[in-house]
Design a protein around this ligand. Structure first.
Ligand code: DX5
Ligand code: ZN
Length: 220
C-alpha cells in the first residue's frame, strides 16, 4: 500500500542570510510543508526568530505553513500568527493550562490546531482531546535546537498514538520532529507517522532538493 507521507523541511536550519533562496528551494522541491520553529527562550532554552521573519517567509512560501510554537502562554499570539500566514498552529501540551480552549481559539482563527508533546510526555494524556486535534507533533528530540540525535523511544509513541487515533475514529495527523534522517524516515512512516519534519538533514546536505526527494521516495 502506498501512502503519502508529508515532508516538512524545518526553516530553522536554513541560511538566514539567504532565506529567500532557501524558501524558493522548498517551493520548487517535493516538500509538502514549511515547518517554522518559534522559540521564546523561556519554554525552551533558545530563541529562534519571531514575527518579522515569519512575515518574510509567508511572503514567498507557496506551500502550507506549519508553525511550531515553543513558547509559554501561546494564547496571547494566536490571532497574530493567523495574520502572519500560519495554516497550522501547534502549541505544546506542556505550555497550556486550558488546552481545549486554546485549540478552539486556533480553529476560530481559521487554522488547523496542533499539539506537540515533549519526549517525557506520554501520548495517553491526549486521549480525552484527540478528536479536537488536527495534528500531534511527537518531539523526537528535546525541543529548542536543531541537529540533535533522534530518540529511539519515539517509535513506541507513534504506535501508541496511531492506535489511539484509530480507536477514537479521529483524523489526527502524526508529525515527527527532531533528528529525522534517511536512517529512520521509513520506519517512522511504517509505524504510522504522516508528516516528517527535517531540518539539519535537509539543509546540511550538499543537495537539499535531492535530499527532500529521497525522503519522499523512501517513505511512500
Ligand atoms: C527543535 C525543532 C525542530 C528542529 C528539527 O526544537 O522543533 O523542528 O528544527 O531539526 P533537526 O531536523 O535538525 O533535528
Ligand atoms: Zn519544530
Amino acid at each position: 500500500m502506498t501512502k503519502n507521507t508529508l515532508i516538512a523541511p524545518s526553516v530553522l536550519a536554513a541560511d538566514f542570510a539567504n532565506l529567500q533562496r532557501d524558501i524558493e528551494m522548498i517551493n520548487n522541491s517535493e516538500a509538502d510543508w514549511f515547518h517554522i520553529d518559534i522559540m521564546d527562550g523561556v519554554f525552551v532554552p533558545n530563541i529562534s526568530f519571531g514575527m518579522p521573519v515569519l512575515q518574510a517567509i509567508s511572503k514567498h512560501a507557496t506551500k502550507t505553513i506549519d508553525v511550531h510554537l515553543m513558547i509559554v502562554d501561546p494564547d496571547r499570539y494566536i490571532s497574530t500568527f493567523a495574520q502572519l500566514g500560519a495554516n497550522i498552529l501547534t502549541v505544546h501540551y506542556e505550555a497550556c493550562n486550558h488546552l481545549h480552549r486554546t485549540l478552539q481559539a486556533i480553529k476560530a482563527e481559521g487554522m488547523k490546531a496542533g499539539v506537540a508533546i515533549n519526549p517525557h510526555t506520554n501520548v495517553r494524556v491526549l486521549e480525552d482531546i484527540i478528536q479536537d486535534i488536527d495534528l500531534v507533533c511527537i518531539m523526537s528530540v528535546n525541543p529548542g535546537f536543531g541537529g540533535q540525535s533522534f530518540i529511539e523511544k519515539t517509535y513506541d509513541k507513534v504506535f501508541q498514538l496511531k492506535e489511539m487515533i484509530q480507536r477514537c475514529k479521529s483524523n489526527t495527523l502524526i508529525e515527527i520532529d527532531g533528528g529525522v534522517t534517511n536512517k529512520n524516515a521509513k520506519q517512522l512512516a511504517d509505524a504510522g507517522a504522516d508528516v516528517l519534519v527535517a531540518g539539519s538533514y535537509v539543509f546540511g546536505a550538499e543537495n537539499p532538493t535531492a535530499t527532500i526527494s529521497d525522503l519522499k521516495k523512501i517513505t511512500q
